[in-house]
Design a binder for this molecule. Sequence first.
Ligand code: MOS
Length: 754
Amino acid sequence: MNRNHIGADAQRVDGVDKVMGRPIFAADLILPRMAHAVPVPAAVGKGRILGMDVSEAERVPGVLLVLTHQNMDLLKPVGFVFAGGQAIQSHQPLQSNVIAYRGEPVALVVAESLEAAWEAAYRVHVDYVPEPFAVELDAPGAETVVQAAALPWFHDFVSGDADKALSGAAVVVDQSYTTPRQHQNPIELHSAVADWEGDRLTVHEGTQASQTVQQGLAIALGIDPGKVRVLSPYVGGGFGSKNSMCFHSVMAAVASRRVGRPVKLVVPRAQVFYGTSFRPAARHRIALGAEPSGRIVAGIHETRAQTSRHDLFPFTGAETTSRMYGIPNFRGAATLIRLDTQTPGFMRAPFEMGAFFALESAMDELAYRLGQDPVALRTANDTQVDPITGKPYSVRRLKECLQRGAERFGWARRTAEPRSMRENGTLVGWGVAAGGYPGAVVPVVAAIRLGVDGVAHATAGGHEMGQGIRTALVLVTADELGLQPEQIRLTIGDSNAPPQHITAGAWGTASAGPRIQEAAGDIRARLFELASAKDRPLAGADPAGLELRNGRIEAPDGRAIGITELLRLAGLEYVDAESHQLAPGLPPDAVSRASKGLVTLVGPEFPDFVTFSYIAHFAEVRVDPRVPRARVSRMVSVVDCGRVVSRRTATSQVYGGLVWGVGAALLEETEVDPRFGGFLNNNIAEYQVPVNGDIGNFEVDFIDEPDPQFNSLGAKGVGEVVSVGAAAAIANAVFHATGKRVRELPIRIEKLLG
Ligand code: MOS
């Protein structure tokens, strides 16, 4: 079989369409008679609504409806997605006069035009009874929950006796590291267009979880899920903020049913900061104990992370930090702090970004304490056996990532002493850090129908958020069927093709790729059988010796037949196949669970092995000693993500992850307002993200070694591991440049002054 596409630097299959503006995102959609909705956010940190006056809003010309808690449908409860439900949080909109947090919607205005809806939204008057609230980790009124006790599923990660080993260790680093709240801020705002036809509801929404939104809507509205369809063919970035049902979907659905017209609800940027999840603020204690040789004998990782009053969002960073190195005595545990915000949630490498800023900063501190090279310290503590379960890793090439990265970066030229490297008076710092991310798999059903026209129509679970899953799946299908990518039509993100898994956790390609490869393989086998049957053009040929390429089946003796002609001869309109195999470790009911929109996954622990993706980052920063603002001039990152399926989009994922690393290290923080509640910089003018000028020369490389135990395609996840450890590499480079160890992100100029 020819392998032209997998691993090749092929362009995105939807690239030209996107450049031409052809894909219709939910916010772009215009339906006949469509009305527009604008939510009104609560203006107190917590409290109750004493009274509302919507009469002035209702008098604005064009206003069709003002929904408040007084006239909103009573919704059936939908659980929090990480507690067995479908919603981004269990708190639902407009259900009572209770305000749980600043920014939650208190009304929804529906009007003929967006302008009228906006004007009326400003004319909704609300009388509040404010109540005390807490929005900071240490604020009075914050409530502490021991995670492992409250959520037994999210247990501690323990091997040996870490505290004992630490107290006996010759060299100890024991420090606290802090990471701030952050918001995902995808370019595409959270949007839904809801459209009822009789009792059937269609929702167009850019979501990472069309099935989950579909099921959540059916539950909330108390209707048959068979009557709800959610379509999400393209998503303009999600990063975790669109991985379950948010308030805008259900509000659009209720509003549309009330006014008897399609309703579009595009959550304004300022309200997106409240309308979905965010990365919780967290404080990490990392303690490492080592022998003078550099062998690490003890590790402790304790996290305090924020959650909401109404849900427990677990923090599972120690799942990965506990087995990043072969540390025989480890204890990883988390404490959750209930605060008065919406429920925090997943943001690209949700736990690992902060956890690895902490761990990999501590590793750097330990290297200095030991007087060892930080690359050598890491490779010396590498392991091929998971210290937590004792199981082998499937493929783990962390050491190779570090070694190749060091070579490409020129690490050998580094002088270890802080402030020892300068160029024209500018301080130059070189830092290294590693990252890991759990390998997980979700259930996918893939179906392909290859028609007599030579076009293959495929469906699979997945959502295209820009990460490139569409491209990856098309390349796999094209290779397997001997077709060109243009001959594959792939449908993903349609709840009518269940199960559409929650596309997150960097598990998309590793989950859907093998299934679509199997379905295509079955079609190929069927074609070979048809072609070699009696009285057919390749009669008598051994199917095992046949080749499928360029739409033709070829025999070693030179005979050949086109697919189209073969199907005509056989009197077939098409051949089709479906794969619904389950990855090892998935429960037998995984497909039906996922079809209910529930989180259903296995990993990183599998029956016979443990799988993670790995990365090594090398960063160069430059700091002017008079104006000590760190700039990242160079990065080299080498990834072990198994086999690279779509090189172009995988590379792009790494660049994106590094840009996120720069943002996390130097810029990003959502500021809270302890006096009034809510988020202060809830716009992308004041929520600082990197721009082109902040990005230096970044180099990306892949180990590209298949992991055949993990799945038959050999691909592991790439989209999240890429931003794990990136901030630590930059922070370590800042220390090397300046001699200042900043243990609280982001590293802004004020932390380097003086
Ligand atoms: Mo992504 S943060 O796993 O939705």
